[in-house]
Design a protein around this ligand. Structure first.
Ligand SMILES: N[C@@H](CCC(=O)N[C@@H](CS)C(=O)NCC(=O)O)C(=O)O
Length: 216
């Protein structure tokens, strides 16, 4: 299997978490879309130019992080079961995966884009709307986590693969002390072996960038 990804991107981290949870090995294709040459080469493979992208052993292209995680979960019966077999539980895992992508990860991305703009181009009203959306979702996650160790129960699932990268990227203005269950979840998530391996990937990339070397 080949995985096209960029370790600093949240959807790539989501798939890396799943890879490590399933103890799968893969050919890493670290792709920096900020580099015009790498972007052009990747766009030839995937015109939408979105990371991550998995190339399966039989040569199939799988885009979309949630689909890749489902594929990996079906592929091998080792490691964590990322999509529970029981239909009701599976639906809940899928639901939280969607909620996190739509109401946490994307607003976070928009907020990051806003904050990178020069002050005169920033839109304070839009920023407040995005912050409110994120805050509302965090409150919903807090309620869910008051009852569970991981997001959808006692086992680590696709929903956790989706959530952890976004929590790691949460700006300090969202104080996790306001959400005690989420704060405690974040503490034990950071000790999860798969997340530590994702952090190693991030550090390796940052190290390469510091040394001024190409990233793939
Ligand atoms: N729905 C897609 C979203 C993928 C996505 O938006 N990836 C971003 C990075 S997190 C990307 O590749 N952006 C391309 C760019 O920055 O030009 C998924 O779940 O895989």
């Amino acid at each position: 299997m080949e995985l096209y990804y960029y370790p600093l991107f949240r959807h790539s981290q989501k798939v890396l978490l799943a890879m490590f949870e399933k103890q799968l090995s893969f050919l890493p294709r670290v792709t920096d879309l900020h580099d015009p040459l790498q972007r052009r080469a990747f766009a030839e493979l995937q015109p939408l130019c979105r990371l991550p992208l998995l190339i399966s052993n039989d040569g199939r292209q799988l885009p979309e992080s949630s689909i890749i995680v489902e594929y990996l979960d079906q592929l091998v019966d080792v490691g964590s079961k990322l999509l529970p077999d029981a239909p009701q539980q599976q639906l809940q895992v899928r639901l939280y995966d969607r909620l996190i992508d739509n109401y946490l990860s994307y607003p976070l991305l928009q907020l990051e884009q806003q904050l990178r703009l020069p002050k005169e181009l920033q839109q304070p009203l839009l920023q407040r709307q995005l912050e409110n959306r994120i805050h509302t979702l965090l409150a919903q996650l807090e309620q869910q986590l008051e009852q569970h160790h991981w997001l959808c129960g006692e086992s680590f699932t696709l929903a956790d693969c989706a959530l952890i990268p976004s929590l790691a990227a949460l700006p300090t203005r969202f104080n996790l002390l306001d959400f005690p269950a989420l704060g405690s979840y974040w503490l034990h998530a950071q000790l999860r072996g798969s997340w530590m391996l994702v952090q190693d990937e991030v550090e390796q990339l940052l190290q390469l960038q510091q040394n001024g070397q190409r990233t793939s």
